[in-house]
Design a protein around this ligand. Structure first.
Ligand code: MG
Length: 391
């Protein structure tokens, strides 16, 4: 059975970031670089845990970072280790901190926060099959070998690749590779070269040019732009449907508007069927479950509550999940009463509760030509579709 851990190298000196700046802690669209990296690894279903190797003098500081960003929610999945005087020495300390049942290890630079789940999957799969694998991209520029300021040779570009991380290995292979002289360790600029030194084959896995390493302040800007570009493209659609029974002596509340009518809808809250459908569509688009889960009808505090308050709370949940509402489109299915005079008030209520423009909220009403339970005026149904986009 494969049990993969990641060793995240984060003990570097960040000299090219400028005085006093630790690139791991630099903010990238509001989140520290290392936090982004760790969140991706901890989110990957095939990664059992991460050992983060940090500079010994900053252990306490990084421990605070881990708690602040709640990276230690699942016990034992994140281990902090004190690094050594070189990258190789740090990775060695990371290897020493791996649990006994670990079969494969991915070594990754903490300063590559744009690594994607699919990168991790592909390099791990290749390492499981071949024992060692490296993410890399083809060289785009022509490479010159120089002596001082004179060009010595031009190696053919079609065989040149740039190694990235993660680099993945069977644990015993990487441990053997690291059992070399101090001098060989100092010379190695990545982990794969040490495995190559054993005479073992290392599989090349095509990576992405997006997986850049943050080395200078400029890199932070580039990474920010790449992230925004990627994140803007995420759209999520959701659908919601609800029905409530029409009974005498209940208010008829639709879209937060009390509609004058001798019958009203039965339910634990105000039974606002339209808002319930919209809430389920919002929760569905963000994959956050449904309103029954968030506001159980067994909870006394929701008895008779205005569903506009619940809608506001759903808006907050969606926002906390990193989405904003693009638009809402809903239809109320009722034989009577005539709802057209109230639709503009409903739109306004929904728009205000969600903090969006009224133009982004569409509400229609239809009958079912006296067919079915709505046609017989036994109940009212509502259906909604929403589009979310990531901020
Ligand atoms: Mg309902």
């Amino acid at each position: 059975m494969v049990r993969a851990w990641a060793v995240i190298a984060a003990a570097g000196s960040s000299t090219r970031m400028g005085p006093g700046r630790d690139k791991q802690l630099s903010l990238l669209l509001g989140r520290p670089v290392l936090v982004r990296t760790l969140q991706t690894f901890l989110q990957h279903p095939a990664i059992a845990g991460c050992v983060v190797v940090v500079s010994p003098g900053k252990l306490a500081h990084y421990q605070e970072l881990v708690s602040e960003w709640q990276l230690d929610q699942q016990a034992g999945r994140l281990v902090l280790a004190a690094g050594g005087s070189s990258r190789a020495a740090s990775v060695q300390k990371g290897l020493a901190a791996l649990p006994g049942d670990c079969t494969h290890v991915l070594v990754h630079d903490g300063a590559r926060p744009l690594v994607e789940l699919s990168d991790i999957s592909r390099v791990l799969e290749a390492a499981v099959e071949h024992g060692a694998a490296v993410l890399a991209v083809p060289v785009k520029d022509t490479v010159k070998q120089v002596n001082g300021d004179l060009i010595q040779s031009t190696p053919p570009r079609d065989r040149l690749w740039l190694a990235q991380t993660p680099q993945a290995f069977a644990v015993d292979v990487l441990r053997r590779a690291y059992a070399v002289s101090e001098e060989a360790l100092q010379r190695a600029t990545d982990d794969a070269s040490l495995v190559e030194g054993l005479g073992l084959a290392v599989k090349l896995v095509p990576g992405s040019y997006r997986n850049i390493k943050i080395t200078t302040p400029d890199d932070l800007q580039i990474a920010g732009a790449l992230l925004q570009q990627g994140e803007m493209n995420i759209m999520r659609v959701g659908t919601g449907y609800d029905v409530h029974r029409l009974v005498p002596e209940r208010p008829l509340v639709l879209g937060g508007v009390a509609v004058p009518w001798p019958m009203g809808l039965l339910g634990h809250s105000d039974a606002d069927v339209l808002l319930h459908a919209i809430m389920d569509a919002l929760l569905g688009a963000a994959a956050l479950g449904d309103i029954g889960r968030h506001f159980p009808d067994t909870d006394e505090k929701y008895r008779g509550i205005s569903s506009l308050l619940l809608l506001k709370e759903v808006g907050r949940l969606v926002d906390a999940a990193g989405y904003r509402v693009g638009n809402v489109d809903a239809v109320i299915v009722a034989q009577a009463p005539r709802l057209a005079p109230y639709v503009e008030y409903m739109r306004e209520n929904v728009a205000v509760a969600l903090g969006i423009e009224r133009g982004a909220v569409s509400i229609k009403a239809t009958t079912t030509e006296k067919l079915g339970f709505t046609g017989r005026e036994e109940g009212v149904a509502a259906q909604a579709v929403v589009l979310l986009s990531s901020v």
